[in-house]
Ligand binder design. Structure first.
Ligand SMILES: [Zn+2]
Length: 567
């Protein structure tokens, strides 16, 4: 029998819009719904301390409209008692033959609303232990959602593009509910209801919790729950020491007693009931309890849910909201010969007056209100080398940004960095890029060509012939043995590099100084190419011109890459 009016579950992953029903409607809806479920099994579960939400989801019937129905537990108990006391239902009452009471008011009496559900460990009852080890009990899911919304606001997050909700639950919950379903089939499989109906697929605690709070959160935050870089994460874990119970010895003894007595259930002492979570063979229960193991346990205990559920502790909830990293790319120009690319500290002493990384990233981090940054650039220049021309591509990763930068906001960032008084570093073409930006930058880096302008001194006067010699060289292959100055951090290797072209710009009034313009393959050591590095780079400007050559200043004038070359 399918009843559209009570089909409150979500079938296609979409959260249906729903309005809160009036109390009388709620009762009517529940009334219709409960008639679809097997009353004896429901009563049994209810008496075993299973929460209302878990009962519904075990039968695949949970939906957001029941998220706040905690107060209906008593109503439910009365309703189920009423149903099970009718002759038709009592025929197959598993409780009477399996140790349960047939007293019509039994469910009512057994329900203590303060009890923690033995299946969901209180998760769907909005009970949990917070960071301060305090037990928190919310009266309804909307209160719970309000407390989540408050944390989001306290953390200073804006979620203009929606949020995604991630819930993680301890594996033991899944195992317990599987065991309960297995037991239910074993215990009530011959009942009319189970003969006529296929037990619907269970709705997981994770899914049920999402169904319960998503609508409330959407209203509170004013945005939709959707795939978003803003994550709200709720991680439930078992209470520390919960698995290794303080009374472990006692539990083991109790288990043995229970096992001995398992052939004759009449001998079983109430106290000897073993909770699944304290089962001595399940010390590593978190590592995964298999259904096979569950079946083994099910052989040992009576056909009652209580040994599987027992009295459990609520889970600890770690709550976290964060923004996935955002990436801002662009090109930087460095006008100083005393600014390193990244923060450079030797023996607690800063090298240079500042770093490109800090100037750019501190500004962006502050404006996006993030927690941390990472700076990546396509190659690097020495502290005494200026970066001019089109600039060098870079990417800044901002972690947990509270503000998502709009196009206008990025322009504002660019303006702020470029208007620092000292003008050591400037940026251009700043824009928000996706995480692919880093890959693109790294891929392009290997193939890129770079142009330089070097102030060179030679040990003799520059001749017109030298200008011709230099400019006639195209795509010259050179071998560079790892330079002496970087030997401490790079392995000794011979590297082949290409000098694509060169030309000399004379300096008026100077016969031994000139500016060498050159374009080379990425990774060429320019200083070494000029002076030869004691013969480790060959050929060099020195060997080509047949004299000593020294480099006095170097500027990078162009990094030929498509990356961030336009706005
Ligand atoms: Zn529950």
């Amino acid at each position: 029998m399918v009843n559209e009016a009570v089909d409150c579950t979500i079938n296609n992953g979409e959260q249906a819009e729903y309005s809160v029903p009036s109390p009388s409607d709620e009762i009517r809806i529940l009334n219709d719904l409960m008639r679809l479920l097997p009353p004896v099994a429901v009563k049994d579960l209810l008496s075993s301390g299973v929460c209302f939400q878990c009962i519904l989801r075990l039968f695949g019937k949970y939906g957001p409209r029941f998220s706040n129905s905690f107060h209906l537990l008593s109503w439910l108990a009365t309703f189920v008692d009423g149903q099970t006391s009718s002759g038709e239902c009592m025929e197959n009452d598993g409780l009477s033959k399996n140790g349960g009471s047939s007293d019509p008011s039994s469910s009512q009496r057994l329900i203590d609303e303060a009890d923690i559900c033995g299946i969901c460990c209180g998760i769907l009852q909005c009970n949990y232990i917070d960071d301060n080890k305090t037990l928190i009990k919310h009266n309804c899911t909307s209160d719970f959602a309000v407390s989540i919304g408050e944390v989001v606001k306290q953390e200073g997050h804006q979620a203009p593009d929606g949020f995604s909700l991630e819930v993680s639950i301890p594996p033991i919950i899944r195992e317990t509910e599987n065991a309960v379903r297995l037991l239910m089939k074993r215990k009530y499989g011959s009942d009319v209801w189970f003969q006529e109906n296929l037990l619907p697929e269970i709705i997981s605690v994770k899914e049920a919790l999402k169904l319960s709070i998503t609508n409330h959160l959407e209203k509170l935050l004013g945005v939709k729950c959707c795939p978003s870089s803003f994550r709200i994460c709720m991680t439930y874990t078992c209470l520390e020491g919960h698995m290794k119970n303080e009374n472990n010895m006692e539990t083991t003894k109790a288990y043995k007693r229970s096992k001995k007595g398992s052939d004759n259930m009449e001998e079983k002492d109430g106290d000897s009931v073993v909770r699944i979570k304290e089962h001595p063979n399940l010390a590593t229960i978190e590592g995964g309890l298999t259904m096979g193991k569950c079946s083994e346990i099910l052989q040992d205990i009576s056909l009652s849910f209580k040994p599987l559920l027992g009295k459990v502790s609520p889970c600890c909830l770690a709550f976290l909201c964060y923004r996935m990293p955002i990436y801002i790319g662009g090109r930087y120009l460095k006008y100083s010969r005393n600014v390193s690319q990244t923060r450079w500290i030797i023996d607690d002493e800063r090298m240079g007056e500042a770093s490109v990384e800090e100037i750019i990233c501190n500004t962006i981090l502050l404006m996006c209100q993030g927690d941390n940054y990472k700076f990546h650039a396509a190659g690097r220049e020495d502290i005494d080398v200026r970066m001019l021309g089109s600039g060098r591509p870079f990417l800044v990763e901002i972690q947990n940004a509270r503000l998502l930068p709009s196009e206008a906001f990025v322009k504002e960032m660019e303006g702020k960095i470029n208007n620092f008084e000292n003008k050591l570093v400037m940026v251009k073409n700043l824009k928000v890029v996706d995480s692919q930006g880093w890959t693109l930058m790294r891929e392009g880096e290997a193939e890129k060509q770079k142009q330089y302008a070097a102030l060179v001194w030679i040990s003799r006067s520059l001749e017109d012939e030298d200008l011709f010699t230099i400019s006639s060289l195209k795509d010259v292959k050179i071998i560079q043995r790892t330079p002496v100055r970087v030997l401490h951090r790079r392995s000794p290797l011979d590297r082949e590099k290409i000098i694509h072209w060169m030309n000399i710009e004379k300096i008026s009034g100077s016969s031994q100084y000139f500016v060498l313009h050159l374009c080379t393959q990425a990774g060429t050591y320019i200083k070494e190419f000029v002076h030869g590095d004691l013969g480790r780079t060959h050929p060099s400007i020195g060997t080509i011109l047949g004299c000593r050559a020294e480099i006095h200043q170097l500027d990078v004038t162009d990094v030929k890459m498509d990356c961030f070359s336009t706005n």
